[in-house]
Ligand binder design. Structure first.
Ligand code: URA
Length: 237
């Protein structure tokens, strides 16, 4: 990859800004000052900016504790998105959310630069388990658990069987294998117990790291990345 392209992806500056950075002699590649924007750099090149080593990994996978009030989208003209919660580096690298949580939903959101991974994880036929905590208006009963287990009929489709654990009269933990638009809210709505608050605890093999406060994020560990690729049915090099 060209040096200017790499530095732009890493969010150092715009393409023209990067040229100025290079012209000023601030970048060294494998020990040599490089001013040529087209200089070809290998993936494992050692690159210093102002003497500081850059993390040149272009592939990143994150977990974000999505706070309430932000859209799950790559960008939006008017409203704050999950990308605005993260450092701009991740937007420069092309990170995208895996699936979608509603604006008022909190909890685990995975983001990745690997479009194929994101696509496979949310493909309807993939049936990746997701676990949500739902606080509802009403009292959850055994018959609701049975209805979830049978498959709730909605106007446009019948949900796959889902597991409802009643943790307290108005708090349910739901495990679903699909992820249709507003699905959890619609499922509880169908049994007459509207959702007041929704929080995602896990997505496939990954659980939300309890050390992350709303708005916090971290990159996934190697083990978590491997588990995610396996859940997607993809080989991870
Ligand atoms: N189901 C919903 O209704 N909302 C979400 O944000 C996620 C699942």
């Amino acid at each position: 990859m060209r040096l200017d392209k790499l530095l732009t992806h890493l969010g150092i500056a715009s393409r023209s800004g990067v040229r100025d950075v290079l012209k000023a002699g601030r970048v060294r590649v494998n020990g040599e000052a490089v001013k040529n924007p087209a200089f070809p750099v290998a993936e494992d090149a050692d690159i210093l900016l102002d003497g500081k080593r850059l993390d040149t990994r272009l592939t990143r996978h994150l977990m974000l504790h999505k706070p309430a009030g932000v859209l799950t989208a790559k960008e939006d003209n008017r409203q704050q998105t999950v990308m605005d919660v993260l450092p701009p580096l991740y937007t420069s690298l092309g990170c995208m959310p895996v699936g979608r949580l509603d604006k008022d939903t909190t909890g685990l959101l995975i983001l990745t630069t690997d479009g194929e991974l994101a696509h496979r994880l949310i493909a309807p036929e993939r049936h990746v388990d997701k676990i949500y905590l739902a606080t509802v208006d009403g009292t959850l009963e055994e018959k609701d658990r049975d209805a979830f287990a049978t498959g709730i009929p909605l106007k446009d489709f019948t949900c796959l069987p889902a597991k409802l654990d009643i943790l307290s009269p108005n708090l349910g933990r739901v495990t679903v294998r699909e992820g249709k638009y507003h699905q959890i809210k619609r499922m509880f709505g169908a049994v007459g117990k509207p959702v007041l608050a929704l929080h995602r605890q896990s997505f496939g093999p990954l659980a939300l790291d309890e050390a992350l406060a709303p708005g916090d994020f971290r990159e996934l560990t190697e083990n978590e990345i491997a588990a995610l690729y396996a859940a997607a049915g993809l080989q991870h090099e």
